[in-house]
Write a protein that binds this ligand. Structure first.
Ligand SMILES: Nc1nc2c(ncn2[C@@H]2O[C@H](COP(=O)(O)OP(=O)(O)OP(=O)(O)O)[C@@H](O)[C@H]2O)c(=O)[nH]1
Ligand SMILES: [Mg+2]
Length: 442
């Protein structure tokens, strides 16, 4: 029994039109109570023009898109009411539908219904959110690939290969009397793990890049005072957001900016120059800079090309040594020392292209990465790593000659994690897997 839910699908603002979605077992019944035509017997997807009526009073002239389940987004009987774009009208229609037996939907409920009715898997459900929240064209396109089911296809073969070996072992354990079944041995497990682990490693690497395309990265600009960090932030974002002066210690708090670098969103953090200070406010700023280093996905260490490296620079380089970083020399226009090795820029002259290229290169994103479907959220990546760990455990147990039913425990864990990626965990039926592969019941 699926209650009938109703909600506004468009933003609650004045606009040309609004769309109200209704979905559930009594959808057609409820809509018929307030529409000028009876839609209860509609069997095919159709469009109808008519009036929404509260008893005899006309509320609005509308277009109804009627979807007979299961051929609808949710998989249920569903109606989309397109009305005029006044929030008052939309609310009046929603209230009317609620008075006739619908209830207001909670966040994500239409998508969760689509998942429950197996119209989409969990990866696709997550992708719907990603498409809506994408902040770059590239992120949106990557999420659309997941929505189309391309990402789900990456995990299905892995799930299926684990199921092959798992079911072979289970059959051996459960039906030892059958002689025409291949005997499961540790070789089956070792071959499986050797085949799948490199594939999983590739999926993880692609997924991590997909995560960068979707969410962008945090980039901290750090260095001692006066090297030009705030000038660099301003040059990167193309506006004078951060205060720039020749006084060391100008920036006290983090100043944020954002740019789209060839399709990757960079969340930039300009920080206070790091040095030993007595001043209370500045020292709080310096602590914040150190925190920013720890939180950043990438740190740009700025050095002054017109001066020699000193102890303060060395200390900052020490702070970032275990964090992905790029070293860049600023104020190259002042530098008499022409043979600087590394990236050299001049922030105040907007001569920063070599740094932008270095950032992009460091991310390892290629043209084709944008078109490569990937398991690119934290949940999916965590489960992928879980599959790998369990496969490696199964191989270790097999190599240690543990009984096959014990080796099987980790294999089953890996299989369950692959189901969980697709959101199929609760639908799992291992016996179905077994019987689909073997004629055990013959
Ligand atoms: N010649 C030259 N001067 C620069 C360049 N970049 C910045 N400056 C100057 O260096 C001084 C310090 O610049 P800021 O951007 O405020 O330096 P900062 O690293 O943010 O300094 P703090 O906020 O004090 O840590 C200013 O006078 C800038 O005009 C550059 O590429 N060339
Ligand atoms: Mg500054």
């Amino acid at each position: 029994m699926f209650e009938t839910i109703v909600a506004l699908a468009t933003a609650p603002l004045k606009s040309a039109l609004h769309i109200i979605r209704v979905s559930g077992d009594d959808c057609f019944e409820i809509v018929s109570k307030c529409f000028s035509k009876d839609i209860r017997d509609i069997k095919e997807r159709t469009l109808l023009v008519g009036h929404i009526k509260n008893e005899e009073k006309i509320v609005d002239e509308v277009v109804l898109a009627v979807y007979k389940g299961p051929k609808s987004f949710t998989g249920e009987d569903m109606v989309e009411i397109t009305c005029h774009g006044s929030v008052l009208i939309a609310n009046e229609i929603i209230e009317l539908l609620i008075s006739k037996g619908a209830r207001y939907a909670v966040n994500g409920e239409y998508t969760s219904r689509a998942f429950l009715h197996q119209r989409i898997d969990l990866i696709q459900a997550e992708a719907i959110n990603d498409v809506i929240n994408a902040t770059t064209k590239e992120a949106k396109e990557l999420s659309l690939l997941s929505l189309k089911g391309e990402t789900s296809k990456l995990i299905s073969p892995i799930k299926s290969r684990i199921a092959d070996v798992l079911s072979l072992i289970e059959v051996n354990i459960d039906y030892p009397e059958y002689e025409d079944i291949e005997v499961a041995n540790k070789g089956n497990v070792i071959d499986l793990v050797d085949e799948l682990v490199p594939k999983i490693d590739l999926l993880v690497a692609n997924g991590e890049k997909g995560l960068i395309i979707k969410n962008g990265i945090k980039v901290a600009l750090v260095g001692k005072p006066n090297v030009g960090k705030s000038s660099l932030l301003n040059a990167l974002i193309g506006e004078n957001k951060a205060i720039v002066t020749d006084i060391a210690g100008t920036t006290r708090d983090i100043v944020e900016g954002e740019i789209n670098l060839n399709g990757i969103l960079l969340h930039l953090l300009d920080t206070a120059g790091i040095r030993e200070v007595e001043d209370k406010v500045e020292s709080i700023g310096v602590n914040k800079s150190k925190e920013a280093i720890k939180e950043a996905d990438l740190v740009i260490v700025l050095l002054d090309a017109s001066k020699s490296l000193d102890k303060e620079d060395e200390e900052i380089l020490e702070l970032v040594k275990d964090i992905p970083h790029i070293i860049a020399y600023n104020k190259i226009d002042l530098s008499k020392n022409k043979d600087i090795k590394g990236i050299s820029i001049s922030a105040i002259n907007n001569d920063i292209s070599s740094l932008k290229e270095a950032i992009y290169e460091k991310l390892g994103i290629k043209e084709e990465t944008f078109k490569t479907p990937s398991l690119n959220n934290v949940r999916q990546l965590g489960l992928l790593k879980n599959i790998k760990e369990n496969l490696l455990k199964a191989k270790e147990d097999a190599n240690n000659d543990l009984p096959i039913d014990l080796v099987n425990v980790s294999l089953l864990e890996a299989y369950n994690a692959s189901l969980e990626i697709l959101g199929e965990y609760n639908q799992r039926d291992i016996s179905k897997e077994i019987f689909s592969r073997f004629c055990v019941g013959k």
